[in-house]
Every structure is written in C-alpha cells, then in structure tokens.
Ligand binder design. Sequence first.
Ligand code: PLP
Ligand code: COI
Length: 336
Amino acid sequence: MDIDWKSLPFGYIKTDYNVRTYFRDGKWGSLELSSSEHVDIHIAATSLHYGQEAFEGMKAFMGKDGKIRLFRWEENAKRMQMSARGILMAEVPIEVFKKAILKVVRMNKRFVPPYGSGASLYIRPVLFGTGAEVGVKPADEYLFMVFVTPVGPYFKEGFRPVKMLLTKEFDRAAPQGTGRFKVGGNYAASLTSMKKAHEKGFANVLFLDSKEKKYIDECGPANFFGIKNNTYITPKSDSILPSITNMSLITLAEDMGLKTERRPVEESELGTFEEVGACGTAAVISPIGQIVDDETGKEFNYGTEPGPISTKLYNKLIAIQTGDEEDKFGWVEVVE
Ligand code: PLP
Ligand code: COI
C-alpha cells in the first residue's frame, strides 16, 4: 500500500471492505461484508427521486499505543436515528450501528493512518430508501451501509485560519425544514453557494438564518463559534446540524474555565469576537481569519494565526481523540 499519510486530502480512497444491512419486511437483516464499491438499487428507489437519505461522519484515530479509538460514536448513532425520523426512514438500532462501524473499522485496520500523521480514518454510515415508489411517500425498504476512507484535513489549510464568505444570496435550510437533520438534500442546497465562495477564493460559506438573514447559522459543513471575554459562544438555531464536535468543545471550554453560551448570534456581533472558528468532525477546528460580507464587502478580520483559545481547544480535543490524554468524559471507545 502506497499512501502518503501526511499529505492525504479529505477525499475517497478505496479500502478493502464495507458493510451493509437491509431493512425489509419491517426488520433489519444480517450484517453483510462486501468488497464491492457499488450498490444495485431499484430505478424507482425513493432515495434517488425524493431524497430519502441520511448520512453520518465519524473518525477513528490511531494512538501512540497502537490502539484504534472511536470518538463519541453513540452520538452519531442517535443523530442518525433523529435524521431517519425527520424524513420518515426506518431507524437503525444503536446496536446495529455499533456492530457495523466496529466491523468495518476492524476489517480495514491497515487503512487507519499512523499516529502523528495528522490523518484519520473517516467513517461514513449512510441510510437510504431502496424501496420503489412513484408517488411521494416513504419507502418500505432501506439500506444501511458503512464505508471508511483515510482522510487528511477538510480545509486544505489544516489548522490555519481560513476565509469565509458571508452570503445572503442563498439559503441552506428553511427554519422549520430539514437543516437539523444530516440529510443529503441540505448538502445539495449548499453547492451553488459553496461554488461561489470557492471561485472567490474562500474556503466556504457562512450561512445566515434564512428567515430574517440576521443571525449566524453555520459554516458550510461545520458549526460556528466565537470567543470573547473568556466566553465560548455558539449559535442556537433550529436549522443547523447539532454538531457533536461543538457539543464536545462546549464541555472542554467549561472544563478550561471558560463561560459558554448557546444563543442566537447576530451578524452585527461578528466584529466583537476575539476569535472565531468552524468546528466539525471533518473540519475539527478551523480557525477563521477573515469573514467577508458578499453584499457589502465589509470585512471582519481575526488575524493570520490561530487564536490562543482555539489552539488550546484544538489540542485538547485531538489529545483525547488519539488517547494522548485521559478520556475523563468517557468519549472514546477502543476498537478491540
Ligand atoms: N454542520 C454540518 C452542516 C455538517 O455537515 C457537520 C458535519 O458533520 C457539522 C456541522 C459538524 O458536526 P459534527 O461535529 O457532528 O461532525
Ligand atoms: C463531517 O464533518 O463529518 C461531515 O459530514 C462533513 C462533510 C459533509 C464532508
């Protein structure tokens, strides 16, 4: 195997196996191991026509001790159940989810990037309607599948400040829509704005709430946080994904003696933050160096280096995930 672990992008690399289980006749079948990169589905499957699809994203890390660790997988399992309920799909039981991710990681151990490479094994569970319908209604058959792929940083900058384009031109999710579920349609809805941001030299888009265009929602595929006056502040919104990384950073921030606030964050507050960043499984923490308002050209600048609190949070999170630091919150599961 010839992988340059240190310069891995966030992309797809074929591994040895994936796992699959079908929901048919009202129950989940056995877990199948597959070495095929393809699935064969009905031409009228609801996932293809009506977007009945949800996914998750997690990482496995190689420790200094040679042990592979998963980070808070149970939260991802619960969130996938919430996404399934949100678009009327069959829920994957927690135990089925666990069995699937453990199996796929064990079977692809040789693809877990080495300790210290900065890379990890990305785990991608996906659930979608395979049953045929032509009218708009939920399928009665589903496939739950998990593949893995070794990845490097999501933003090519790694732990370096990125630029975000604040846009009012596009919405990612409606206030009472599917923004809080991890369903494919939200990502389709973000593609045009992301393309625009990339063309203008930005790492991604900072979305505002789509009703009032007044409050910060999230940053492409990551939540937003800001730091000021020793306080970690992150938006409360019904149209953003409840990020497991963000939830963890809140705990870590409190543990470090910071105050934390989850509340609506007005765009007008952007100029008052000492540090801002994007956080998520793929993004980890990406410090934001600059935000530019696409409409007015107004710039918010946060410096060319990661801020001290973001750096501390980043180091702490990575240390727990890789097993360098004691797992005092019980977030880590060793893959035996
Ligand atoms: N927001 C969106 C839209 C995402 O796709 C993700 C990635 O999963 C996140 C936030 C971060 O969530 P998490 O920290 O659970 O990965
Ligand atoms: C993740 O952080 O796991 C994500 O899902 C981001 C992604 C859509 C690439």
